[in-house]
Design a binder for this molecule. Structure first.
Ligand code: NAD
Ligand code: WQD
Length: 339
Protein backbone atom coordinates (compact mmCIF):
# COMPACT_ATOMS: atom_id res chain seq x y z
CA UNK A 1 0.00 0.00 0.00
CA UNK A 2 1.09 3.58 -0.59
CA UNK A 3 1.00 5.49 2.70
CA UNK A 4 1.26 9.25 3.23
CA UNK A 5 3.14 10.17 6.42
CA UNK A 6 2.39 13.73 7.48
CA UNK A 7 5.32 14.80 9.67
CA UNK A 8 7.16 11.86 8.13
CA UNK A 9 10.60 13.46 8.46
CA UNK A 10 10.23 13.72 12.24
CA UNK A 11 11.38 11.37 14.97
CA UNK A 12 8.55 8.82 14.96
CA UNK A 13 7.58 9.38 11.32
CA UNK A 14 11.05 8.56 9.98
CA UNK A 15 11.20 5.29 11.94
CA UNK A 16 7.71 4.40 10.75
CA UNK A 17 8.75 5.07 7.16
CA UNK A 18 11.58 2.53 7.60
CA UNK A 19 9.16 -0.04 9.05
CA UNK A 20 6.67 0.52 6.20
CA UNK A 21 9.35 0.12 3.53
CA UNK A 22 10.66 -2.99 5.28
CA UNK A 23 7.18 -4.51 5.09
CA UNK A 24 6.91 -3.82 1.36
CA UNK A 25 4.76 -0.69 1.54
CA UNK A 26 5.57 2.58 -0.16
CA UNK A 27 6.02 5.67 2.06
CA UNK A 28 5.43 9.25 0.90
CA UNK A 29 6.67 11.83 3.41
CA UNK A 30 4.85 15.15 3.75
CA UNK A 31 6.59 17.63 6.03
CA UNK A 32 7.20 21.36 6.38
CA UNK A 33 10.53 20.68 8.16
CA UNK A 34 9.60 23.02 11.01
CA UNK A 35 11.03 20.47 13.47
CA UNK A 36 13.17 18.20 11.30
CA UNK A 37 16.11 18.44 8.95
CA UNK A 38 16.00 17.81 5.22
CA UNK A 39 19.05 15.52 5.38
CA UNK A 40 17.08 12.99 7.43
CA UNK A 41 15.70 11.84 4.09
CA UNK A 42 19.15 10.85 2.76
CA UNK A 43 19.90 8.92 5.94
CA UNK A 44 16.53 7.22 5.76
CA UNK A 45 17.22 6.27 2.13
CA UNK A 46 20.54 4.76 3.19
CA UNK A 47 18.66 2.53 5.63
CA UNK A 48 15.95 1.37 3.23
CA UNK A 49 18.25 1.18 0.20
CA UNK A 50 16.09 3.15 -2.23
CA UNK A 51 14.68 6.63 -2.86
CA UNK A 52 11.77 7.80 -0.72
CA UNK A 53 9.23 10.31 -2.06
CA UNK A 54 9.09 13.59 -0.13
CA UNK A 55 6.71 16.51 -0.48
CA UNK A 56 7.62 19.73 1.32
CA UNK A 57 4.45 21.40 2.52
CA UNK A 58 2.22 22.36 5.42
CA UNK A 59 -0.72 20.17 6.41
CA UNK A 60 -2.84 23.30 6.65
CA UNK A 61 -2.50 23.58 2.84
CA UNK A 62 -5.58 21.51 1.95
CA UNK A 63 -5.15 22.03 -1.80
CA UNK A 64 -1.61 20.67 -1.79
CA UNK A 65 -2.62 17.70 0.36
CA UNK A 66 -5.49 16.96 -2.02
CA UNK A 67 -3.16 16.97 -5.02
CA UNK A 68 -0.69 14.67 -3.28
CA UNK A 69 -3.39 12.24 -2.14
CA UNK A 70 -4.83 12.08 -5.66
CA UNK A 71 -1.66 12.20 -7.79
CA UNK A 72 0.27 9.73 -5.65
CA UNK A 73 -2.77 7.42 -5.35
CA UNK A 74 -2.44 7.24 -1.56
CA UNK A 75 -4.28 4.38 0.17
CA UNK A 76 -3.84 5.44 3.81
CA UNK A 77 -2.53 8.34 5.89
CA UNK A 78 -0.55 8.31 9.14
CA UNK A 79 -0.85 11.74 10.73
CA UNK A 80 2.25 12.62 12.77
CA UNK A 81 2.52 16.31 11.83
CA UNK A 82 2.07 18.69 14.72
CA UNK A 83 3.78 20.52 17.52
CA UNK A 84 4.56 18.43 20.60
CA UNK A 85 6.17 20.35 23.45
CA UNK A 86 4.01 20.57 26.58
CA UNK A 87 5.88 23.60 28.00
CA UNK A 88 5.91 25.51 24.71
CA UNK A 89 2.20 24.88 24.23
CA UNK A 90 1.41 26.90 27.37
CA UNK A 91 3.46 29.81 26.00
CA UNK A 92 2.17 29.60 22.41
CA UNK A 93 -1.32 28.08 22.57
CA UNK A 94 -2.43 29.62 19.28
CA UNK A 95 0.45 28.00 17.39
CA UNK A 96 -0.55 24.65 18.90
CA UNK A 97 -4.22 25.01 18.08
CA UNK A 98 -3.59 26.16 14.51
CA UNK A 99 -0.92 23.57 13.74
CA UNK A 100 -2.52 20.60 15.42
CA UNK A 101 -6.26 21.25 15.07
CA UNK A 102 -6.33 23.20 11.81
CA UNK A 103 -3.79 20.78 10.36
CA UNK A 104 -6.00 17.80 11.18
CA UNK A 105 -9.17 19.49 9.86
CA UNK A 106 -7.32 20.30 6.65
CA UNK A 107 -6.16 16.70 6.29
CA UNK A 108 -9.68 15.37 6.90
CA UNK A 109 -11.08 17.72 4.25
CA UNK A 110 -8.45 16.60 1.74
CA UNK A 111 -9.12 12.94 2.52
CA UNK A 112 -12.86 13.44 2.05
CA UNK A 113 -12.35 15.27 -1.26
CA UNK A 114 -10.17 12.46 -2.59
CA UNK A 115 -11.94 9.46 -1.08
CA UNK A 116 -8.99 8.33 1.06
CA UNK A 117 -10.68 6.59 3.99
CA UNK A 118 -7.90 5.19 6.23
CA UNK A 119 -6.24 7.29 8.93
CA UNK A 120 -3.87 6.46 11.77
CA UNK A 121 -3.45 9.32 14.25
CA UNK A 122 -0.56 10.00 16.65
CA UNK A 123 -2.27 10.50 19.97
CA UNK A 124 -0.63 10.43 23.37
CA UNK A 125 -0.94 9.01 26.87
CA UNK A 126 -1.16 12.66 27.91
CA UNK A 127 -4.92 12.37 27.19
CA UNK A 128 -5.29 10.34 30.41
CA UNK A 129 -4.35 13.36 32.58
CA UNK A 130 -3.64 12.51 36.22
CA UNK A 131 -3.97 8.70 36.49
CA UNK A 132 -6.91 7.53 38.62
CA UNK A 133 -5.56 3.98 38.50
CA UNK A 134 -2.65 2.08 36.96
CA UNK A 135 -1.95 0.58 34.52
CA UNK A 136 -3.84 2.95 32.25
CA UNK A 137 -6.32 1.17 30.01
CA UNK A 138 -8.06 2.73 27.02
CA UNK A 139 -11.26 3.19 29.07
CA UNK A 140 -9.52 5.39 31.66
CA UNK A 141 -11.18 8.86 31.83
CA UNK A 142 -9.50 11.48 29.67
CA UNK A 143 -8.59 15.07 30.50
CA UNK A 144 -6.01 17.69 29.62
CA UNK A 145 -3.90 20.00 31.73
CA UNK A 146 -2.13 21.96 28.98
CA UNK A 147 -2.87 23.18 25.41
CA UNK A 148 -0.80 20.40 23.79
CA UNK A 149 -2.78 17.70 25.60
CA UNK A 150 -6.01 19.51 24.80
CA UNK A 151 -5.19 19.43 21.06
CA UNK A 152 -4.72 15.64 21.23
CA UNK A 153 -7.97 15.20 23.13
CA UNK A 154 -9.90 17.51 20.82
CA UNK A 155 -8.51 15.80 17.72
CA UNK A 156 -9.62 12.41 19.10
CA UNK A 157 -13.11 13.89 19.64
CA UNK A 158 -13.17 15.39 16.13
CA UNK A 159 -12.14 12.05 14.67
CA UNK A 160 -14.92 10.30 16.59
CA UNK A 161 -17.49 12.78 15.22
CA UNK A 162 -16.19 12.52 11.67
CA UNK A 163 -16.10 8.73 11.95
CA UNK A 164 -19.71 8.63 13.16
CA UNK A 165 -20.81 10.81 10.23
CA UNK A 166 -18.91 8.94 7.51
CA UNK A 167 -19.57 5.22 7.55
CA UNK A 168 -16.61 4.51 5.25
CA UNK A 169 -13.89 5.95 7.50
CA UNK A 170 -11.36 3.68 9.17
CA UNK A 171 -9.58 5.51 12.01
CA UNK A 172 -7.04 4.33 14.59
CA UNK A 173 -5.95 6.65 17.40
CA UNK A 174 -2.68 5.37 18.84
CA UNK A 175 -1.91 6.64 22.33
CA UNK A 176 1.87 6.58 22.61
CA UNK A 177 3.49 6.39 26.03
CA UNK A 178 7.14 7.61 26.16
CA UNK A 179 8.89 6.93 22.83
CA UNK A 180 12.70 6.69 23.11
CA UNK A 181 15.60 5.04 21.30
CA UNK A 182 16.73 5.10 17.70
CA UNK A 183 17.11 2.90 14.63
CA UNK A 184 19.85 0.30 15.10
CA UNK A 185 21.90 1.87 12.28
CA UNK A 186 22.48 5.01 14.36
CA UNK A 187 21.42 7.05 11.31
CA UNK A 188 18.07 8.35 12.53
CA UNK A 189 16.81 9.17 16.01
CA UNK A 190 15.50 11.97 18.19
CA UNK A 191 17.20 15.32 17.81
CA UNK A 192 15.58 18.04 19.90
CA UNK A 193 16.44 21.70 19.37
CA UNK A 194 18.33 23.33 22.24
CA UNK A 195 18.37 21.85 25.72
CA UNK A 196 16.10 18.77 25.74
CA UNK A 197 12.94 18.80 27.85
CA UNK A 198 12.56 15.03 27.79
CA UNK A 199 14.55 12.66 29.94
CA UNK A 200 16.22 10.32 27.43
CA UNK A 201 17.72 12.98 25.10
CA UNK A 202 18.79 14.96 28.18
CA UNK A 203 20.64 11.94 29.62
CA UNK A 204 22.25 11.29 26.21
CA UNK A 205 23.67 14.82 26.20
CA UNK A 206 25.00 14.37 29.75
CA UNK A 207 26.74 11.18 28.61
CA UNK A 208 28.14 13.05 25.59
CA UNK A 209 29.55 15.75 27.87
CA UNK A 210 27.30 18.47 26.42
CA UNK A 211 25.45 18.91 29.73
CA UNK A 212 27.11 18.59 33.14
CA UNK A 213 24.50 16.56 35.04
CA UNK A 214 20.95 15.30 35.09
CA UNK A 215 18.45 17.23 37.19
CA UNK A 216 16.15 14.64 38.73
CA UNK A 217 12.79 16.39 38.94
CA UNK A 218 11.62 15.17 42.34
CA UNK A 219 12.82 12.24 44.48
CA UNK A 220 9.90 12.26 46.90
CA UNK A 221 7.17 10.74 44.73
CA UNK A 222 5.22 7.74 45.97
CA UNK A 223 7.22 5.37 43.75
CA UNK A 224 9.76 2.64 44.65
CA UNK A 225 12.79 4.98 44.54
CA UNK A 226 10.91 8.29 44.85
CA UNK A 227 11.51 9.40 41.24
CA UNK A 228 8.97 9.60 38.40
CA UNK A 229 7.99 6.36 36.69
CA UNK A 230 7.17 6.17 32.96
CA UNK A 231 6.51 3.58 30.28
CA UNK A 232 9.43 4.04 27.86
CA UNK A 233 8.83 2.37 24.50
CA UNK A 234 11.43 1.77 21.79
CA UNK A 235 10.60 3.90 18.74
CA UNK A 236 11.09 0.90 16.42
CA UNK A 237 8.48 -1.07 18.39
CA UNK A 238 6.23 1.99 18.15
CA UNK A 239 6.81 2.16 14.38
CA UNK A 240 5.81 -1.50 14.08
CA UNK A 241 2.63 -0.68 16.03
CA UNK A 242 1.61 1.60 13.13
CA UNK A 243 1.99 -1.26 10.67
CA UNK A 244 -0.18 -3.43 12.89
CA UNK A 245 -2.80 -0.66 13.04
CA UNK A 246 -2.89 -0.32 9.25
CA UNK A 247 -3.32 -4.07 8.88
CA UNK A 248 -6.05 -4.03 11.54
CA UNK A 249 -7.99 -1.29 9.74
CA UNK A 250 -7.72 -3.14 6.43
CA UNK A 251 -9.09 -6.32 8.06
CA UNK A 252 -11.73 -4.84 10.35
CA UNK A 253 -13.07 -2.10 8.12
CA UNK A 254 -14.77 1.15 9.10
CA UNK A 255 -14.77 2.37 12.70
CA UNK A 256 -12.91 4.59 15.15
CA UNK A 257 -10.49 2.47 17.20
CA UNK A 258 -8.17 3.46 20.05
CA UNK A 259 -5.07 1.61 21.26
CA UNK A 260 -2.36 2.22 23.84
CA UNK A 261 1.15 1.71 22.50
CA UNK A 262 3.40 1.08 25.49
CA UNK A 263 5.32 -1.76 27.09
CA UNK A 264 3.25 -2.04 30.27
CA UNK A 265 6.42 -1.64 32.38
CA UNK A 266 7.28 1.38 34.51
CA UNK A 267 10.88 2.63 34.74
CA UNK A 268 12.02 5.33 37.16
CA UNK A 269 14.27 8.29 36.33
CA UNK A 270 17.12 6.72 38.30
CA UNK A 271 16.65 3.33 36.63
CA UNK A 272 16.82 4.95 33.20
CA UNK A 273 19.94 6.94 34.14
CA UNK A 274 21.60 3.75 35.44
CA UNK A 275 20.65 1.79 32.31
CA UNK A 276 22.10 4.55 30.12
CA UNK A 277 25.33 4.65 32.12
CA UNK A 278 25.63 0.89 31.62
CA UNK A 279 24.90 1.08 27.86
CA UNK A 280 27.22 4.01 27.16
CA UNK A 281 30.01 3.29 29.64
CA UNK A 282 29.71 6.94 30.73
CA UNK A 283 28.87 8.27 34.16
CA UNK A 284 25.57 10.14 34.45
CA UNK A 285 26.06 12.62 37.30
CA UNK A 286 22.71 13.58 38.82
CA UNK A 287 21.30 16.10 41.28
CA UNK A 288 17.89 16.08 42.87
CA UNK A 289 15.91 19.15 41.78
CA UNK A 290 12.36 20.28 42.61
CA UNK A 291 9.42 18.48 41.02
CA UNK A 292 8.51 19.77 37.54
CA UNK A 293 5.06 21.39 37.60
CA UNK A 294 2.40 19.25 35.93
CA UNK A 295 4.33 15.96 36.26
CA UNK A 296 2.56 12.86 37.53
CA UNK A 297 4.28 10.32 39.81
CA UNK A 298 3.74 7.30 37.58
CA UNK A 299 2.25 6.52 34.19
CA UNK A 300 2.30 3.19 32.37
CA UNK A 301 0.09 1.35 29.96
CA UNK A 302 -2.21 -1.59 30.05
CA UNK A 303 -1.21 -3.22 26.78
CA UNK A 304 -3.59 -6.17 26.43
CA UNK A 305 -5.91 -4.47 23.94
CA UNK A 306 -3.09 -3.87 21.45
CA UNK A 307 -1.79 -7.40 22.03
CA UNK A 308 -5.17 -9.11 21.63
CA UNK A 309 -6.65 -6.99 18.84
CA UNK A 310 -3.66 -5.66 16.91
CA UNK A 311 -1.50 -8.70 17.56
CA UNK A 312 1.29 -6.30 18.52
CA UNK A 313 3.53 -6.12 21.59
CA UNK A 314 6.71 -4.18 22.29
CA UNK A 315 9.76 -6.46 22.06
CA UNK A 316 12.76 -4.26 22.79
CA UNK A 317 13.99 -3.66 26.35
CA UNK A 318 15.59 -0.79 28.23
CA UNK A 319 19.16 -1.78 27.29
CA UNK A 320 18.31 -1.66 23.57
CA UNK A 321 16.57 1.70 24.03
CA UNK A 322 19.70 3.16 25.67
CA UNK A 323 22.24 1.50 23.35
CA UNK A 324 20.49 2.72 20.21
CA UNK A 325 20.10 6.25 21.62
CA UNK A 326 23.82 6.29 22.40
CA UNK A 327 24.71 5.00 18.93
CA UNK A 328 22.67 7.79 17.32
CA UNK A 329 24.22 10.35 19.69
CA UNK A 330 27.80 9.31 18.93
CA UNK A 331 27.50 8.37 15.23
CA UNK A 332 25.20 11.12 14.00
CA UNK A 333 24.45 13.90 16.51
CA UNK A 334 28.05 14.33 17.72
CA UNK A 335 29.14 14.52 14.07
CA UNK A 336 26.96 17.61 13.63
CA UNK A 337 24.14 15.99 11.67
CA UNK A 338 20.82 14.96 13.15
CA UNK A 339 17.24 14.00 12.53
P1 NAD B 1 8.64 15.52 15.57
O1 NAD B 1 8.56 16.97 15.89
O2 NAD B 1 9.98 14.87 15.49
O3 NAD B 1 7.88 15.22 14.21
C1 NAD B 1 6.78 15.99 13.77
C2 NAD B 1 7.05 16.38 12.33
O4 NAD B 1 5.94 17.14 11.85
C3 NAD B 1 8.29 17.25 12.16
O5 NAD B 1 9.11 16.72 11.13
C4 NAD B 1 7.73 18.62 11.77
O6 NAD B 1 8.60 19.32 10.89
C5 NAD B 1 6.42 18.23 11.11
N1 NAD B 1 5.37 19.27 11.17
C6 NAD B 1 4.98 20.00 12.25
N2 NAD B 1 3.97 20.82 11.92
C7 NAD B 1 3.72 20.60 10.59
C8 NAD B 1 2.80 21.14 9.67
N3 NAD B 1 1.93 22.09 10.03
N4 NAD B 1 2.81 20.68 8.39
C9 NAD B 1 3.70 19.72 8.00
N5 NAD B 1 4.60 19.19 8.83
C10 NAD B 1 4.60 19.61 10.11
O7 NAD B 1 7.72 14.76 16.63
P2 NAD B 1 7.57 13.21 16.93
O8 NAD B 1 8.19 12.95 18.26
O9 NAD B 1 7.99 12.42 15.77
O10 NAD B 1 6.00 13.13 17.13
C11 NAD B 1 5.14 12.76 16.07
C12 NAD B 1 3.70 12.84 16.56
O11 NAD B 1 3.57 11.97 17.68
C13 NAD B 1 3.26 14.21 17.04
O12 NAD B 1 1.93 14.41 16.64
C14 NAD B 1 3.36 14.12 18.54
O13 NAD B 1 2.45 14.98 19.18
C15 NAD B 1 2.99 12.67 18.77
N6 NAD B 1 3.53 12.14 20.04
C16 NAD B 1 4.87 12.22 20.28
C17 NAD B 1 5.37 11.75 21.49
C18 NAD B 1 6.84 11.88 21.82
O14 NAD B 1 7.18 11.81 23.01
N7 NAD B 1 7.73 12.05 20.85
C19 NAD B 1 4.52 11.16 22.44
C20 NAD B 1 3.16 11.07 22.14
C21 NAD B 1 2.68 11.57 20.93
C1 WQD C 1 10.00 11.63 32.07
C2 WQD C 1 10.37 11.61 33.55
C3 WQD C 1 10.31 13.77 34.60
C4 WQD C 1 13.66 15.49 32.32
C5 WQD C 1 6.30 14.00 27.89
C6 WQD C 1 4.99 14.66 27.55
C7 WQD C 1 4.03 13.64 27.03
C8 WQD C 1 4.63 12.83 25.86
C9 WQD C 1 5.98 12.31 26.18
C10 WQD C 1 3.91 13.83 23.79
C11 WQD C 1 9.49 12.50 34.43
C12 WQD C 1 11.71 13.23 34.59
C13 WQD C 1 12.67 14.65 32.82
C14 WQD C 1 14.74 15.85 33.17
C15 WQD C 1 13.79 14.51 34.92
N1 WQD C 1 4.79 13.63 24.70
N2 WQD C 1 12.74 14.17 34.09
N3 WQD C 1 14.77 15.34 34.44
O1 WQD C 1 6.80 14.21 30.97
O2 WQD C 1 6.48 11.68 30.90
O3 WQD C 1 6.07 13.01 28.90
O4 WQD C 1 6.82 13.35 26.70
O5 WQD C 1 2.77 13.49 23.75
O6 WQD C 1 2.89 14.31 26.65
O7 WQD C 1 4.49 15.28 28.72
O8 WQD C 1 8.38 12.72 29.63
O9 WQD C 1 10.81 12.57 29.27
O10 WQD C 1 9.81 14.81 29.92
O11 WQD C 1 9.90 12.98 31.62
O12 WQD C 1 13.87 14.08 36.07
O13 WQD C 1 15.63 16.63 32.78
O14 WQD C 1 11.70 12.15 33.69
O15 WQD C 1 10.04 14.46 35.79
O16 WQD C 1 9.34 11.85 35.66
P1 WQD C 1 6.89 12.95 30.23
P2 WQD C 1 9.79 13.32 30.03
Amino acid sequence: MKVLLTGGAGYIGSHTAVALCGAGHEAVLFDNFSNSRRDVVERLERIVGHRVAVVEGDVRDTGLLQRVLRDQEIGAVIHFAGLKSVGESAEKPLEYYTNNLQGTLSLLAAMRATGVDTLVFSSSATVYGEPEYLPLDEAHPTSATNPYGRTKLQIEEILADVGRADAALKIACLRYFNPVGAHESGLIGESPNGIPNNLMPYIAQVAAGKLTHLNVFGADYDTPDGTGVRDYIHVVDLAEGHLAALEYLAEHGPGDYTFNLGTGHGTSVLQLADAFAEASGKAIPRKVAPRRPGDVAACYAKTEKARDELGWTAKRGLAEMCESTWRFQTQTLNQGTGA
